[in-house]
Design a protein around this ligand. Structure first.
Ligand SMILES: CC[C@@H](C(=O)O)C(=O)SCCNC(=O)CCNC(=O)[C@H](O)C(C)(C)COP(=O)(O)OP(=O)(O)OC[C@H]1O[C@@H](n2cnc3c(N)ncnc32)[C@H](O)[C@@H]1OP(=O)(O)O
Ligand SMILES: [Co+2]
Length: 136
C-alpha cells in the first residue's frame, strides 16, 4: 500500500458538512459526485496529497445510512492507494483478511475500490483504491 488516499466521514447532510469542512480546512470542496451503486453522495477536499471524503446516504439501505443509525456521524473508513488492486486483494486474502468484494468496483473520483470487513481489521473499515487510468 502506498499512502492514505482518503478518510471517509459519514455525514447526515452533505451541504451543511461541506460548509463546515470548508471553514475547518480553509479550502473548498473540489468535487461532488453521486455513486448510486453505493447509495452515496460524496464531496472531496484536498489536504496535500491526502483527501477527506464526506459521504451522505442517498437511500436507507446504504452502508452510510446504516452506519449513522448505529454509530452516528463520524469517521467511516480509511482508504489506501494501491498500484495493483487485484494483487493486493490476493495478498490480503492470503493473509486471512475478509475482502467484501473480490472484484473491484467503480468508486468515486475515478477509482476502482475494494473493501475489507471491519471485523478483520480491528473494527476499522478499510478501502483499497486504484486510479482507473493506471489499469489501462
Ligand atoms: C463512493 C464510493 C467509495 C469511494 O470511492 O470512496 C466509498 O467510500 S463508498 C462507502 C460506502 N460503502 C461501503 O461502506 C461498502 C462497504 N461496506 C459494507 O459492505 C458494509 O457497510 C459492512 C461493513 C459489511 C457492514 O454492513 P452490514 O453487515 O450490513 O451492516 P451492519 O450495520 O449490520 O454492521 C455489521 C457490523 O459491522 C459494523 N460496521 C459497519 N460499518 C462499519 C464501519 N464503517 N466501521 C466499523 N464498523 C462498522 C457494525 O457496527 C456492526 O458491528 P456489530 O454491531 O458489532 O455487529
Ligand atoms: Co471512500
Amino acid at each position: 500500500m502506498k499512502k492514505i488516499e482518503h478518510i471517509g466521514i459519514a455525514v447526515k447532510n452533505l451541504e451543511n458538512s461541506n460548509e463546515l469542512f470548508a471553514k475547518l480546512l480553509g479550502t473548498a470542496s473540489f468535487k461532488t459526485e453521486t455513486v448510486e451503486s453505493e447509495g452515496v453522495k460524496t464531496s472531496f477536499f484536498k489536504l496535500g496529497t491526502h483527501k477527506i471524503e464526506l459521504l451522505e446516504a442517498t437511500n436507507e439501505d446504504s452502508a452510510i445510512a446504516k452506519f449513522i443509525a448505529k454509530k452516528g456521524e463520524g469517521i467511516h473508513h480509511i482508504a489506501f492507494d494501491v498500484d495493483d488492486i487485484e494483487a493486493e486483494v490476493k495478498r490480503l486474502t492470503d493473509e486471512g483478511f475478509v475482502v467484501l468484494n473480490e472484484i473491484p468496483k467503480k468508486g468515486a473520483d475515478n477509482k476502482l475500490v475494494v473493501f475489507l470487513h471491519p471485523k478483520t481489521t480491528n473494527g476499522v473499515l478499510i478501502e483499497l483504491c486504484q486510479e482507473i487510468s493506471l489499469k489501462e
